[in-house]
Design a protein around this ligand. Structure first.
Ligand code: SAM
Ligand code: SF4
Length: 333
């Protein structure tokens, strides 16, 4: 049974950033020059991550997601997946990836015990893809998604951050794709986290609410129907175009926060437990891990983190309180 926090929310989900490094520089996540990588010795080793997940599983956490930075740039990720997949109580093991290296690793990850992937994809236009990610090639991501499908890593969800003046004119194109392809597209509102270049001073004019996205889709393609998702539906609400094979989801951290049902903890690549994505408060797990803390001791620290989950974040359009100490690539989204 999942533990309840101070506001009676069952905490069942741990998101782990396995690296702060990335092979892209998305405009909303990092400045063009990137961020200084943390030294290797600051990053949790796989055995240390495994200890945290064992402790989490004993507290009733059943869902784990590996993220980054870009999780697939960390060497031997399949070894970590294999170790975590064996931990009793972990029944949903997923990654969030930019998809660039997915074609290379999908089969190996599936064999190691990975269940699902979420792929971040903000545009269907190659030259625009390059502009948003600054480094990547759209065709690599599409090949990665196809490899994941063939490896039965499903349902594959596509995360699309919508940015005014950059890709907001494509929301209808994404929706149209779901008619023929079994894509589960989730539109995500832009969040003001860290100092990712574009966000400096531009966040409010660049952010697009889920409501506006939905209105644009419905004006072009007609009304949406409510839809059910099989696994790990999280905070998104799902819909589909009548008769479509795929679904459309909306994740609204800003316009309609879902803090009252937040079930997650986060572990940063350098071993800090972060009870809320949008609050800078953190609890150090790396020092005790390196001093030889047992699973029981880490459980105690996780319980402390759970007890300190804030009721909600306080970020809204026109409201300037925001987390400052990390960029998104260090927390993992
Ligand atoms: N590199 C992987 C990827 O891009 O999927 C995993 C890490 S990335 C930080 C996780 C998710 O956070 C991605 O879907 C990304 O689009 C999203 N993200 C990053 N910065 C964001 C921001 N400022 N607002 C909203 N979502 C953001
Ligand atoms: Fe890298 Fe993901 Fe951030 Fe893009 S969103 S820069 S892929 S960590």
């Amino acid at each position: 049974m999942a533990h309840l926090d101070a506001y009676n929310r069952p905490i069942s989900y741990l998101r782990i950033s396995v690296t702060d490094r990335c092979n892209l520089r998305c405009v909303y996540c990092m400045p063009p020059e990137g961020v200084p990588w943390r030294p290797h010795e600051d990053i949790l080793r796989y055995e240390e991550i495994e200890t945290v997940v064992r402790a989490a599983a004993e507290l009733g956490i059943s869902k784990v997601r590996l993220t980054g930075g870009e999780p697939l740039v960390r060497l031997g990720l399949a070894d970590l997946v294999r170790a975590l997949a064996r931990i009793p109580g972990i029944d949903d093991l997923a990654i969030t990836t930019n998809g660039i290296l997915l074609a290379r690793y999908a089969e190996e990850l599936a064999q190691a015990g990975l269940h699902r992937v979420n792929v971040s994809l903000d545009t269907l236009r190659p030259e625009r893809f390059r502009r948003i990610t600054r480094l990547g090639r759209l065709e690599d991501v599409l090949a990665g998604m196809e490899a994941a499908r063939q490896a039965d890593l499903d349902p594959i969800k596509i995360n699309t951050v919508v940015i005014r003046g950059m890709n907001d004119d494509e929301v209808v194109d994404f929706a149209r794709q779901t008619r023929e392809a079994a894509w589960n597209v989730r539109f995500i509102e832009l969040m003001p986290v860290g100092n990712g270049g574009l966000l400096d001073g531009q966040w409010e004019e660049r952010a697009v609410t889920a409501r506006e996205i939905r209105e644009r889709i419905e004006a072009a393609l007609g009304g949406l129907e409510a839809a059910k998702m099989r696994a790990g539906s999280g905070p998104a609400r799902y819909y589909r175009l009548p008769g479509a094979r795929g679904t459309l989801g909306f994740i609204t951290p800003i316009s309609e926060h879902f803090c009252y049902q937040c079930n997650r903890l986060r572990l940063t690549a350098d071993g800090q437990l972060r009870p809320c994505l949008l609050s800078d408060a953190e609890l150090d797990l790396r020092t005790p891990l390196r001093q030889g803390a047992t699973v029981a001791e880490i459980k105690g620290l996780l319980l402390e983190g759970i007890a300190h989950k804030p009721m909600q974040h306080h970020i809204g359009i026109g409201d300037c309180e925001r987390p400052e100490n990390r960029v998104m690539s260090e927390i993992g989204g």
